[in-house]
Ligand binder design. Structure first.
Ligand SMILES: *Cc1c(COP(=O)(O)O)cnc(C)c1O
Length: 370
């Protein structure tokens, strides 16, 4: 029997028929974008589901990140992590801001708060941490530093949809949090994103910035971008939201299966469990050490050979790409934990419809030494 290829993720899609009524509504009211009824309904539904005050929907997470920085008028230098998807740092370059890379904590793979202060200069205006794999950053420590130096904090929360930590939604921390609803994320609208903000005034400014800077028909207040989510994507979001709890529950089951079957494999470490009250199991990273008979890349290729398409998130580090590697903070010596993690990580497949047998097959490939 031919094995079906297994990708690192596969989007969850409700039955097509369930989407037809939404399409009929769009076709009948003929509102396609510009903050139509589905856009408004999804903003309200997400505020409720995520337990946040205000949300502004976007075409994608990257434009949301770019706009979040513009909304707070961030300039100069911003402290961020090299261990993320490249869009995190690109958003800084799009704002003419210089990224300052700071190393990660080797146990959580999030920005290490202990290392932040040493990187602060008179030009520093903000910190842009990532809740990597949906695991909450040390939000209290980061806020303490931000308060001490009068810095803004913008969280790249692209992995952290629905995650709750000790004080409720993790998205309430910092000045702004940015979500991605890309097809590969826990909650998707095919393409999409959002900014979570604490007050109406900030939401209004963000709503203007995502619509070219228009405040009314004849007034433009800033060189805003076109970042508006369409009615089609917003309708998809409303449909997807109905099954999100099941989706996260199913991911949790796979997370436990991997942990049970990989916990005693020499040289293989599952990243420590999230300390979130409700995690979202958005990725399943393992770290391969020298004790393992193969190198990380050999294991990666071995998995490929049996059509298991795991991914090396995050390799290379952002700081290794050509537009960043000349920065003084990009030196590997400055980023030793990030460099080690990047050279040893593999993210294993995790998604709602991944059968248990396949999870066990993946574990068997990792455990078999030949
Ligand atoms: C997916 C992702 C983004 C970008 O989001 P898009 O919606 O694809 O533009 C940004 N940061 C991180 C950490 C991501 O994983």
């Amino acid at each position: 029997m031919k094995k079906k290829p297994i990708f690192v993720t596969e989007p969850y899609l409700p039955p097509l028929n369930d989407f037809i009524p939404y399409l009929e509504e769009i076709w009948s009211n003929k509102i396609l974008t510009n903050g139509g009824p589905f856009h408004q309904k999804l903003e309200e539904a997400l505020c409720e589901y995520l337990d946040v005050e205000h949300i502004s929907l976007f075409t994608n997470g990257t434009l949301a990140l770019v706009t979040a920085l513009q909304a707070l008028r961030i300039t100069g230098e911003v402290i961020t992590t090299p261990y993320s998807f490249v869009a995190t740092a690109h958003a800084l370059l799009w704002n003419g801001v210089k990224p300052i890379f700071v190393d990660i904590d080797p146990s959580t793979l999030n920005l290490d708060p202990q290392k932040i202060e040493a990187a602060i200069t008179p030009q520093t205006t903000a910190i842009l941490p990532v809740h990597c794999y949906g695991r909450p950053c040390d939000v209290d420590e980061i806020q303490k530093i931000a308060d001490k130096y009068n810095l803004r904090v913008i969280y790249d929360a692209a992995h952290a949809f629905g995650v709750r930590c000790h004080c409720g939604s993790v998205l309430k921390h910092g000045d702004l949090s940015v979500l991605s609803f890309h097809a590969t994320k826990v909650f998707n609208t095919f393409e999409g994103g959002a900014i979570v903000c604490p007050d109406k005034k900030t939401k209004d400014r963000i709503d203007h910035l995502k619509n070219f800077g228009f405040v009314d028909e004849v007034t433009v207040v800033a060189p805003g971008i076109n970042g508006k989510m369409s009615e089609f994507n917003a309708a998809l979001g409303l449909l997807q939201l109905k099954s999100i709890d099941e989706v996260i529950e199913f991911r949790g089951r796979i997370d436990s299966l991997y942990r049970a079957h990989l916990s005693n494999v020499p040289g293989v470490t599952c990243l420590i469990k999230s300390d979130a009250i409700s995690p979202n199991y958005s990725y399943f990273p393992i770290l391969i050490s020298e004790e393992y008979p193969l190198t990380r890349d050999q294991l990666f290729l071995k998995l490929r050979a049996t059509e298991i398409y795991a991914r090396r998130y995050f390799y290379p580090l952002i700081s290794e790409f050509s537009m960043y590697r000349g920065l003084p903070s990009a030196r590997p010596g400055n980023l030793s934990s990030a460099t080690t993690a990047s050279n040893s990580v593999i993210c294993l497949p995790i998604y709602p419809n991944l059968p248990d047998e396949q999870v066990l097959r993946i574990c068997d490939v990792i455990k078999s030494i030949n």
